[in-house]
Design a protein around this ligand. Structure first.
Ligand code: NAD
Ligand code: ZN
Length: 360
């Protein structure tokens, strides 16, 4: 047996208001006055002086605002990298992503593609990155995906939705300031928070489970229970705890895998553009057969927070469209094996998968 030797985020600052220390964190990393820091910021903050006035800009540093309306694409990464190369005097000192999973993944991917040749799509997969990325920092403004700790950056390419999984992907520095999440709209809070909850269930119920993953998964699960079902947290406590739940959920899947909901949600994302958080919720709602206890609690959380999920999103799909989704989903072999065991192909046949999608 050969065990995987994974990198972890080497530096993290945690605390309400820690975003104010960004200048102290970045300045020692500045290579010279011509090598700027590039801040990739969710455009939801564009006119938000409370946040943007605290981004420490000097010399040629710049902010690039990016919409999170769609999930990141490999072509988008290529364009950003080209733009940065054309408009900076020297290779940047660092890339700082400020936003949710979308912006964090873009920051990771851009930092990799600034030092690796060719097109981003060629690096979708496992351990294809050759050169170390440039210094990159992740600052989440919504909690749940675990993108702040993970070893992947999930991108939609011309042929597949698949991460760049590599030792160079994790951030060099993460800033966990829960105050940045205070204005997340309630529904989005629920969808992205449930991504974390589903990471826990899929990791804890999976065949790849081990003590490493379990210890993180159980902690994240308990935090999710407290946040989404118990009644005794202040807003601030709830925001801080969800930030840590996301971190632990991400750590849990680092050494195991996700499962059925993620495999199916990737199919929805590829064909219909359904975003990760809501897509996972739509799928998970119908998975009592695989995760009976987890789905029962999920339905309680949904009812408690009055969240209504879209129905019938697959109702008018053609057979050819179902086939595209089924192919993308069944292509995620490690997820299925984790969820259903080595014999997964005899359990999750294309016909069975279609019947599940037809419920959604
Ligand atoms: P997101 O980044 O897509 O953002 C969701 C919405 O919330 C957007 O409209 C955004 O503008 C808004 N938002 C974010 N912060 C806000 C704030 N503080 N106030 C108000 N609005 C705010 O959401 P997400 O769910 O965090 O990320 C989803 C993405 O993460 C997907 O692309 C998915 O593939 C990826 N993902 C990556 C990993 C990984 O390990 N790399 C894991 C899971 C998911
Ligand atoms: Zn997820």
């Amino acid at each position: 047996m050969s065990y995987k030797n994974f990198p972890m985020v080497p530096r993290v600052i945690f605390g309400r208001g820690s975003f104010n220390q960004l200048n102290d964190i970045l300045e020692p990393k500045r290579l010279n006055s011509k090598a700027p820091f590039i801040f990739l910021v969710d455009d939801v903050f564009k006119n938000n002086a409370w946040l943007t006035s605290r981004i420490p800009l000097a010399y040629d540093d710049k902010i690039i605002y990016i919409s999170a309306a769609e999930e990141p694409k490999t072509s988008q990464v290529d364009e950003l990298v080209e733009d940065i190369i054309l408009t900076t005097k020297e290779r940047p000192s660092g890339i700082i992503g400020i936003g949710g999973g979308t912006l964090l993944d873009l920051a990771k991917a851009v930092s990799i593609m600034l030092t690796n040749e060719g097109e981003t799509k060629d690096y979708q997969g496992w351990d294809l990155v050759k050169n170390e990325a440039i210094y990159h920092v992740g600052i989440p403004t919504i909690s749940g995906t675990g993108a702040e700790v993970s070893r992947t950056t999930v991108l939609t390419g011309p042929e597949k939705k698949l991460g760049i999984n590599s030792d160079y992907t994790p951030f060099d520095q993460v800033v966990l300031d829960s105050e940045l999440t205070k204005d997340v709209p309630k529904e989005q809070w629920f969808y992205t928070g449930m991504d974390c909850y589903i990471h826990c269930i899929e990791s804890l119920e999976g065949s790849y489970l081990n003590a490493f993953s379990q210890s993180y998964g159980e902690k994240a699960f308990d935090l999710c229970h407290e946040i989404f079902l118990d009644n005794n947290l202040s807003d601030q406590e709830s925001q801080e705890k969800l930030m840590m739940a996301s971190w632990h959920g991400g750590m849990s899947i680092a050494y195991s895998q996700v499962g059925v909901a993620h495999a199916m949600s990737y199919g929805l994302a590829y064909l219909l553009g359904t975003k990760h958080g809501i897509g996972n919720c739509i799928v998970f709602d119908h998975l009592e057969e695989f995760y009976p206890e987890g789905v029962k609690l999920f339905k309680e959380m949904k009812a408690k927070h009055n969240v209504e999920l879209p129905q019938g999103i697959c109702a008018s799909l053609s057979d050819a469209e179902f086939d595209i989704m089924i192919n993308v989903s069944l292509g995620m072999a490690p997820l299925w094996e984790n969820a259903l065991g080595k014999n997964w192909k005899s359990i999750m046949t294309p016909k069975k998968l279609k019947s599940l999608y037809q419920k959604m």
